[in-house]
Write a protein that binds this ligand. Structure first.
Ligand SMILES: [Zn+2]
Length: 267
């Protein structure tokens, strides 16, 4: 096997294997607003900053100097991830230490174009071999773009306007929730298609792969809450074809079945 492909396979295998173990974890409340992680308990401003500072102290007390030593002079992450900023979506879902491993860019609706320079940096300069576009169940940005957001701030409107092309693929069939769920996946497909446009040279030379996925903490895909469902590899969104993609060669059959899926037709 080509060494580059092999490295990409191993990396994705590690990522999804870790997910397989950790995949059922849910770290935040459903209700949104100002709930504390997992408990849903609302904090005051003072309590929130106190929790953040004390949480950092706990982190440093559990990590000695040797932990930080390997990346004092630079970073060498394996994944570039473009994720939604939603607080229910965080790196622990990968089950691996994100430090010096995950170059993550976040904005509302996990949109490459709204943070293209940052994604470029991860893909072209670090460079990581996997670009993971990660949507998520219950994405408020996708839901907002489906409705009237004219009263939002200029900044929010600008970051929702870029989702409108995704909705052109929504023919209005099914309930609002069904359409919303499918539009989350369509957005991932749309972002992957955009990545193919700007990183096609690197993909053609087998220097990287673009993987689209939905972090499903609502079990919309029927694979269990918290599962990362791969819905696209380098523009291929047919689950049967994704399952046979060489990129997943290091995964077991059961891992592939659990972590590959689709609820929306191809764009
Ligand atoms: Zn979102």
């Amino acid at each position: 096997m080509n060494m580059k492909i092999e490295k990409k396979c191993i990396m994705l295998a590690l990522m999804v294997s870790a997910l397989f173990i950790w995949g059922t974890a849910a770290f935040a409340s459903e209700g949104g607003g100002h709930g504390a992680a997992s408990t849903g308990k609302a904090m005051t401003k003072k309590e929130a900053i106190k929790a953040a500072v004390e949480g950092n102290s706990q982190f440093t007390s559990h990590h000695d100097l040797n932990y930080f030593e390997p990346y004092q002079s630079g970073q060498s992450p394996n994944l570039t991830v473009i994720s939604c900023a939603d607080s229910r979506v965080h790196t622990p879902l990968f089950g691996m230490d994100p430090h010096n491993n995950i170059f993550i860019i976040r904005n509302v609706g996990n949109q490459i174009r709204n943070s293209e320079g940052s994604v470029d940096y991860g893909v072209r300069h670090l460079p990581t071999k996997i670009l993971l576009v990660m949507g998520h169940a219950g994405c408020g940005a996708v839901k907002a773009a489906m409705g009237d957001y004219s009263s939002e701030t200029t900044g929010i409107k600008a970051e929702l306007d870029t989702l409108i092309p995704v909705l052109a693929f929504d023919k209005g069939e099914g309930s609002f929730t069904e359409r919303w769920n499918k539009n989350v996946e369509r957005n991932v497909d749309y972002q992957v298609a955009y990545a193919l446009q700007i990183y096609g040279d690197k993909i053609d030379h087998d220097e990287m792969a673009v993987v689209g996925a939905v972090y499903d903490f609502k079990d919309n895909y029927g694979k269990g809450r918290g599962t990362l469902v791969i819905t696209n590899i380098n523009g291929q969104s047919d689950p049967n074809k994704i399952m046979n993609d060489p990129l997943l060669k290091e995964l077991s059959k059961s891992e592939i079945v659990k972590h590959v899926g689709s609820i929306a037709p191809a764009l």
